[in-house]
Design a protein around this ligand. Structure first.
Ligand code: 3PG
Ligand code: CO
Length: 555
């Protein structure tokens, strides 16, 4: 029968203190002026790269290697940390939704049947991120769902669209909104009352994460549910055009707006008897809204009205909380993660990041499961992030505070695994501010130094890697790799992640002599890291895990 007991590694000892460091958004790319990691002073990461060649390598962090539909899909933190923690490659949300829509199975599932009960008398509301970024949602999936739902009886449809500019270029939201408007116009020709009802920029409206700032969700709630927002327009395209002209705004940060009819009445507040679907497949930035839509008891902000609706997520976002209770597509069943195994085998685990990435090294790492496996064996510490700012303003973020906490934890010798995410390269990279991203990369490197120094002191081991690329390339490029210019001759800033591989380095005084990266896994990816770390803790990985990256040669 099944057992949590892991086999002993034949050569590697147990009980070492291992720091597992994930630099968020830190890929490997050509050295040039748009590579902020190259431009920044990063002596620690440089020394790992230029040190022993058998202790540094690259691993794949995008596309099929992390369970995304195609190799044109850039990596992201959800799939990256899932792979790092689970040690296997799962078909991820994007792919599962593609399958369910292509086969039509989405319409036979419990979730769709449930919301369909509202189609006769209520409105169907679709809320989510409007872009083709493929990280949280995809426009083509929304288009298919609109078509499918209208063919199956939805007579009145309202879309609450969040503009992107983070997983796609800034300024592209207008095009996505036009596409959506066209689709809705076609539905109207068929006699379906379909309209955009509200909107706003993803970072300012609705899509906060890890409870960093509930005001973000409240702004969305007011527009989507109550039909209230500081800006009112009769067209969403006009809304974006106008609001983008305001100072300090862009697609990510557009203020909330509602669409009103000629008499000034909002066209789509959410009311009793309606159906609501949150169309994002990715969990972290939808789970807060899901709580507001689903929980009877809720005290994070004043909802004013709590409509009696039928609500379904595109996926179930939290496997532990079973939230939401209705969903259109079953999430990947990520089970038996490395974290759960290690706890069962007596490996005491500590995890830490600041708020905006805290769930990455806990929730995503543990297979989209919130909470502890065994609280007597684990401690997760969240360093509060600054909220209400864009991180180019404070590019060092909480790197120092995180590193100090991790250092102290390592020196306390209370935990065998000390896991950390350093957000700077990613969070500042997403702002598109190149100078600030250079500062961010240095701050992350400084934090790595502090952590590696502590590992040195306790005779431990380090594993330093990343979840996907971002800061190493800040410009949109053509197929030949040349920077693209806009019509004014300025370079097009790349706010999104990349397709680049990421580094992984091992070392530290506790690393047994003879441990080195194998040569026979040139295509290795993030999913190979879990078995690697289990080996370093002195265990063999379960047989269905992706193979370890290391071997131990007798000297
Ligand atoms: C975000 O949610 O901030 C971006 O869409 C993706 O970034 P992450 O995958 O690094 O969290
Ligand atoms: Co990111």
């Amino acid at each position: 029968g099944f057992s949590w007991k892991l086999n002993d590694h034949p050569k590697l000892p147990k009980g070492k203190i291992i720091a597992v460091v994930v630099l968020d958004g830190w890929g490997e790319a050509h050295a040039n002026q748009y590579n902020c990691i190259h431009v920044a002073e990063t002596p620690v990461m440089d020394s790992l790269k230029n040190g022993a060649p058998e202790k540094w390598r690259l691993v794949k962090a995008h596309g099929k290697a992390v369970g995304l539909p195609t190799d044109d899909d850039m990596g992201n933190s959800e799939v990256g940390h899932n792979a790092l923690g689970a040690g296997r490659i799962y078909a991820q949300g994007a792919k599962l939704v593609d399958f369910a829509l292509a086969s039509g199975k989405i319409y036979d599932g419990e979730g769709f049947k449930y919301i369909k009960e509202s189609f006769e008398t209520g409105t169907l509301h679709l809320i989510g991120l409007l872009s083709d970024g493929g990280v949280h949602s995809r426009l083509d999936q929304l288009q298919l769902l609109l078509k499918g739902a209208s063919e199956r009886g939805a007579k009145r449809i309202r879309v609450h669209a969040l503009t992107d500019g983070r997983d796609v270029l800034d300024g592209t939201s207008i095009g996505f909104m036009e596409t959506l408007e066209n689709d809705l116009a076609k539905l109207r020709e068929k006699g379906i009352d379909a309209q955009i009802a509200s909107g706003g920029g993803r970072m300012y409206v609705t899509m906060d994460r890890y409870e960093n700032d509930w005001d973000v969700v409240k702004r969305g709630w007011d527009a989507q549910v109550l039909g209230e927002a500081p800006h009112k327009f009769t067209s969403a395209v006009e809304a974006i055009n106008k609001l983008r002209q305001e100072p300090n705004t862009n697609d990510q940060y557009l203020p909330p707006f509602v669409i009103v009819d000629e008499s000034g009445k909002p066209v789509g507040p959410i009311v009793d008897g309606d159906a609501v679907v949150t169309i994002n497949f990715r969990a972290d930035r939808m789970v807060m809204l899901a709580k507001a839509l689903e929980y009877e008891d809720f005290d994070k902000f004043d909802r004013v009205r709590f409509p009696k609706i039928r609500y379904a997520g595109m996926l179930q976002y939290d496997g532990e909380l079973k939230l939401p209770s209705h969903y259109l597509v079953s999430p990947p069943e990520i089970e038996r993660t490395s974290g759960e195994y290690l706890v069962h085998n007596g490996v005491r685990t500590f995890a830490c990041s600041e708020t905006v990435k805290f769930g990455h090294v806990t929730f995503f790492w543990n297979g989209n499961r919130s909470g502890y496996f065994d609280q007597s064996m684990e401690e997760y510490v969240e360093i509060p992030s600054d909220s209400g700012i864009t991180f180019n303003v404070k590019p060092k973020m909480k790197a120092l505070e995180i590193a100090e906490k991790v250092r102290d934890t390592i020196l306390s010798r209370k935990f065998h695994q000390v896991r950390v995410n350093l957000p700077n390269g990613d969070m500042v990279g997403h702002t598109g501010d190149i100078e600030a991203t250079v500062v961010a990369c240095k701050a992350a490197d400084d934090a790595v130094k502090m952590i590696l120094d502590a590992i040195e002191q306790v005779g431990g081991i380090f594993v330093v890697t990343a979840d996907h690329g971002n800061a190493e390339d800040m410009v949109k490029r053509n197929k030949k790799g040349e920077p693209l210019l806009d019509k004014n001759g300025n370079i097009q800033i790349l706010t999104s992640h990349t397709l680049e591989p990421v580094p992984i380095a091992i070392g530290g005084p506790g690393l047994a002599p003879g441990v080195k990266f194998r040569q026979d896994l040139p295509g290795g990816g993030l999913a190979n890291v879990a078995a690697t770390v289990m080996n370093l803790h002195g265990y063999e990985a379960p047989s269905d895990y992706e193979p370890t990256l290391i071997e131990v040669v007798d000297n």
